[in-house]
Ligand binder design. Structure first.
Ligand code: NAD
Length: 383
């Protein structure tokens, strides 16, 4: 068995996503499971090069995992021949500059979403990467969640008949940071630092809607900043200038209407932190991160509206659980494996910078729809 080592810069490894999902749950987990096997018997072996600004944090983090390759100097890491991939999990605002530098160094690029702060910037990156002949990928982790994989299976199997509507509910209460620390970084709540739930979540909704149901043709949206003041990591009060909730309607191909509420100011009375209800002529489903339940046309009960009587039926009990039928691995890891096979063996990978730019575009248009109080068409983006 030949081992094919591949150096990967992990920039922003001290952050929430960079550390937990990408280093530990993906790259190190891939090594623990023996690498990524290719059809010819070769195994891809990721060699992470940890990059960040804080030497103490990097050293401590590297030692914790028995790693020795780390640096605070991105330029010198990019100059190394054994480094072939640049991965970016920086705060969104720092991403474009760093990715541009990595493209200029001729590295293949994989990045967290959103690809850039605006569509023009995201398209520029896609074009620069094309011109440099490097391969690109953007994280689209929700597609690999067990609940959404089961939902996709139902769509592909024709379970729904004609799909009518999708109702998505995403969110949870993010603490203000005063009497209990906030569970998300404070930059998320400052527009001037690239925060806001619309730019955070619409790139996800874009690929979920398009891969499962159809192209997004138009968006209407109302945004809000429900909690106007929060307390940061250092205990200092700050003005929350970014949107912390977005209530949107997306119009898709085939007349499908998708409504998605995204909010960091809502308390969870659901089974999971995100849930999508899909209603079709032949059946309906409710999918979350892990589970998916269905109700077929043939077993749909016939409730009759009568507010004078208490509910006589247990509506939730009338749904059937979709079985796993396969093993589901961590979604970030599965997508990393696909990207590594794409870079090393040229296997197809559809979630490239152009796909990422289209997610950024939907966020930008959603914010415009909210600002101007209008319904906005979503034009096709050209390479
Ligand atoms: N795919 C997902 O589900 C998902 C979930 C959350 C966040 N994200 C994305 O991941 C990215 C990181 O988010 P996070 O929650 O991990 O944030 P975080 O604040 O925990 O981490 C950000 C990282 O960027 C670094 N950084 C901050 N300012 C910098 C600067 N000026 N120069 C260089 N480095 C700087 C920090 O040191 C840290 O390593 C964001 O783009 C966010 O949109 C994706």
């Amino acid at each position: 068995m030949t081992r094919r080592s591949i150096g990967i810069i992990v920039n922003g490894v001290t952050g929430r996503m960079g550390y937990r999902q990408h280093l530990v749950r993906s790259l190190l987990a891939i090594r623990e499971s023996g690498g990524v096997p290719l059809a010819d018997g070769t195994t891809i072996w990721p060699e992470p090069v940890l990059v960040g600004r804080n030497e103490t944090k990097l050293r401590e983090l590297a030692e914790r995992h028995g790693l020795t390759d780390w640096t605070t100097d991105l330029t010198s890491a990019l100059a190394r021949d054994d480094v072939e991939i640049y991965f970016d999990a920086l705060v969104t605002q720092q991403r474009e500059k760093a990715i541009r530098q990595a493209i200029e160094a001729g590295k293949h690029i994989y990045t967290e979403k959103p690809l850039a702060e605006d569509t023009a910037g995201a398209l520029d990156l896609a074009r620069a990467a094309d011109a440099a002949g490097v391969r690109t990928g953007v994280v689209q982790d929700k597609l690999f969640l067990p609940g959404l994989r089961k939902l996709k299976r139902l769509v592909d199997g024709g379970f729904f008949g004609r799909i009518l509507s999708v109702r998505g509910e995403f969110g949870y209460w993010v603490f203000e940071g005063d009497w209990q620390p906030a569970q998300r970084p404070s930059w998320n709540y400052r527009a001037e630092d690239g925060g806001g739930i619309t730019s955070d979540m619409f790139p996800h909704w874009h690929y979920v809607l398009e891969e499962l149901f159809g192209r997004v043709n138009a968006v209407s949206c109302v945004t809000a900043t429900h909690v106007p003041e929060r307390v940061d990591e250092d205990g200092r009060a700050y003005a929350a200038t970014a949107d912390d909730a977005a209530y949107a309607i997306f119009e898709l191909d085939g007349g499908v209407i998708a409504q998605i509420n995204s909010s960091w100011g809502v308390r969870v009375y659901r089974d999971e932190l995100v849930e999508f209800q899909v209603d079709g002529t032949e059946g309906s489903a409710v999918a979350g991160l892990r589970n998916c339940r269905v109700q077929h046309r043939a077993v749909t009960p016939k409730p009759v509206w009568n507010p004078d009587l208490p509910a006589t039926e247990d509506f939730r009990a009338q749904w059937a659980e979709v079985p796993d039928n396969e093993e589901f691995d961590n979604g970030f890891k599965v997508q990393w494996e696909a990207f590594l096979r794409h870079v090393v063996a040229g296997e197809p990978f559809q979630w490239d910078f152009l796909a990422g730019a289209r997610g950024v575009q939907l966020a930008e248009l959603g914010l415009r729809a909210a600002r101007e109080g209008v319904r906005v068409q979503v034009p096709e983006l050209q390479r």
